[in-house]
Design a protein around this ligand. Structure first.
Ligand code: DX5
Ligand code: ZN
Length: 222
């Protein structure tokens, strides 16, 4: 599977989010990870569809929208209209999983399904034929800058094994505490899409930070 780096805008300077998005695209990222939090599904509030829509005017990069909201079914269409290319929601949300997947697909958008650290990865298995990506959270969702939970590698390996056995091509994304070291651990276990917030935005050069993550992920997959 192709390695993809998706910097999380959660760690950028929100007063210039459009410029930051352009800089990330120019720095060689494959996707832009946009964390939407509603203060209910997670104990933090970020931004919604209108903000994503205005960033959309600044770049053509793939918008990887991560919904940490209680009712993704209700808002899916608004996020797709705002410019999401792949819309990821949580299996733990209040919306019906299959109905939400169908809704997103019917609007010609890619679908990701996510599990929080305490949720078994087996919960996504029934949907592997109808989704494009599984997001395995490697921290409790809600905040950037937390440490990678190494116990999550088992979930990554289990999913990778299932995908190989069944011959399905679904991306495995990891999000939370990804840095130049943990990216290799996650890649070794089978992940191929890496979200990184503080590791990219905390670096002096976005370009170097993205290249380093890519290089360290690739070494494991040769
Ligand atoms: C956390 C978000 C992440 C976060 C990652 O709930 O889903 O995308 O921005 O930030 P880092 O890479 O700093 O852990
Ligand atoms: Zn995220």
């Amino acid at each position: 599977m192709m390695i993809k780096i998706s910097p999380s805008m959660l760690s950028c300077d929100f007063s210039k989010i459009g410029e930051e998005a352009e800089k990330i695209a120019q720095a060689g990222a494959d996707m832009l990870h946009l964390d939407v939090m509603d203060g209910h599904f997670v104990p933090n509030i970020t931004f919604g569809a209108p903000v994503i829509k205005s960033i959309r005017n600044r770049s053509d990069i793939v918008f990887d929208v991560h919904l940490m909201i209680s009712d993704p079914l209700k808002y899916a269409e608004a996020f797709i209209k705002a410019g999401a290319d792949i819309l990821t929601f949580h299996v733990e949300s209040d919306s019906d999983v299959k109905v939400t997947i169908d809704k997103i697909r019917s609007l010609s958008c890619k679908v990701g399904l996510s599990v929080k650290p305490n949720t078994p990865v087996e919960e996504v298995f029934p949907y592997l034929d109808v989704i494009d990506m599984v997001l395995i959270m490697t921290v409790e969702p809600g905040f950037g800058g937390q440490s990678f939970m190494s116990g999550m590698t088992e979930k990554i390996s289990l999913l990778k094994k299932k995908l190989l056995e069944t011959g399905k091509t679904v991306d495995i994304q990891v999000d939370g505490g990804i840095n130049e070291e943990t990216v290799a651990v996650a890649a070794q276990a089978g992940a191929n899409v890496f979200v990184a917030g503080s590791a990219v935005f905390g670096a002096e050069s976005y370009k170097e930070a993205i290249s380093l993550l890519r290089r360290n992920a690739e070494i494991c997959c040769l």
